[in-house]
Write a protein that binds this ligand. Structure first.
Ligand SMILES: Cc1ncc(COP(=O)(O)O)c(C=O)c1O
Length: 351
């Protein structure tokens, strides 16, 4: 059993903060003339409403997401990408120069960067060689100042899901927040932790519209958690963090999920195809790791050399060789059929 208390976890200055509030959001009636926010009421170029600030709480998007994911809109936070949620979670719980977070490399780089920007120290507990969590080592690292543990499942850059019993052990025994980053969950053979939100008051699940939904340019990410945690995130976010256009496009997408299903299906087919084709290139490739994500981690004979060879043919992949357990590893995003074919041909030419 843990001794989780949100009140103890949230920084005092955040608890005491009086958030920014607009006149419009304080008024519950139906206003017809809006002269409160210094917008441009004169030159309205088209019927888009883009002269007005967007809904700060993105109610329509959350209503539709709530229906799709079977959660209450109050349990949903929307950020300018899930990167914004990562930053806000750190700022919400960690006092600069005092507190720390735990991350488990090799993993997504922004947890460390966001902590560094906020002057929060980082305790690293490497994944084991099989890319699973080292639970005893994590518990050894936890101290009074540890406020958050970030885990990424499926993990970037390794592509694998982390074991559910391991995650559950953390949730049940850590007094701070466990942040489960599910950016790639739509490509995985697994249920999301979102379905277990009610069981774990110290769990935050991150998802994003940048991957399976194909909306990276719109910058919208999601945090699911108890309504108490979500209320704090809403209190500290910039008031208008999701643009009008983004809210409109995402609302439309949410009302028809067929495109999403089709693109996940095609991605999985391409993943299987690329995986098999790369495994056949044994003169260049040493190992293609299994993947529950939209990329493959590939161990090659000489990562720097092959990386440069690909660049010469104008193909950019991610060289992850300097990450722990990832010597000579490239992370390759699954492309469309033509891109994957081109990549394979360029690799075949490598001497
Ligand atoms: C694991 C993980 N989390 C979060 C993100 C950031 O997503 P967003 O585009 O929503 O900021 C990424 C982006 O690559 C990622 O790999």
């Amino acid at each position: 059993m843990n001794n989780f208390s949100l009140e103890k976890l949230i920084r005092k200055n955040i608890q005491q903060l009086i958030p920014y509030s607009s006149a419009r959001s304080e008024y519950s009636g139906q206003a017809t003339i809006l002269l409160d926010a210094n917008e441009n009421s004169i030159s309205v170029p088209d019927g888009s409403n883009n002269n007005r600030y967007p809904d700060p709480l993105q109610k329509e998007v959350k209503k539709r997401m709530g229906e799709l994911k079977n959660v209450q809109p109050k349990d949903i936070f929307l950020g300018n990408g899930s990167d914004e949620a990562i930053d806000l979670l750190i700022r919400m719980c960690c006092t600069p120069g005092k507190d720390n977070i735990i991350i488990c490399p090799p993993t997504y780089g922004m947890y460390e960067v966001a902590a560094q920007i906020n002057d929060i120290s980082i305790q690293k507990v490497l994944l084991k060689e099989n890319f699973q969590l080292d639970i005893p080592a994590i518990f050894k690292q936890i101290n009074k100042q540890t406020k958050l543990i970030f885990i990424c499942s499926p993990n970037n850059p390794t592509g694998n899901l982390l074991s559910n019993p391991d995650i559950e052990t953390l949730l049940n025994n850590f007094d701070g927040l466990i942040v489960i980053d599910e950016a790639y969950i739509d490509f995985a053979q697994a249920d999301s932790w979102v379905s277990r939100l009610k069981e774990f008051p110290n769990m935050v699940v991150l998802q994003t519209f940048s991957k399976a939904w194909g909306l990276a340019a719109l910058r919208i990410g999601v945090a699911y958690a108890s309504q108490e945690i979500i209320a704090v995130l809403n209190k500290i976010k910039p008031p208008y963090n999701i643009s009008n256009s983004t809210q409109q496009i995402v609302s439309q997408k949410l009302s028809n999920t067929q495109d999403l299903k089709n693109s996940i299906h095609t991605l999985k087919q391409q993943r299987q195809y690329l995986q098999a084709a790369l495994r056949n290139l044994s003169s260049v490739i040493e190992n293609v790791y299994p993947s529950d994500a939209n990329f493959l981690l590939v161990r090659v004979k000489n990562a720097n050399d092959i990386y440069n060879h690909l660049l010469q043919h104008k193909i950019v992949v991610r060289n992850r060789s300097n990450q722990p357990h990832c010597d000579n590893c490239l992370r390759i995003t699954i492309g469309n059929f033509a891109e994957n074919e081109f990549l394979l041909n360029v690799l075949k030419e490598y001497k």
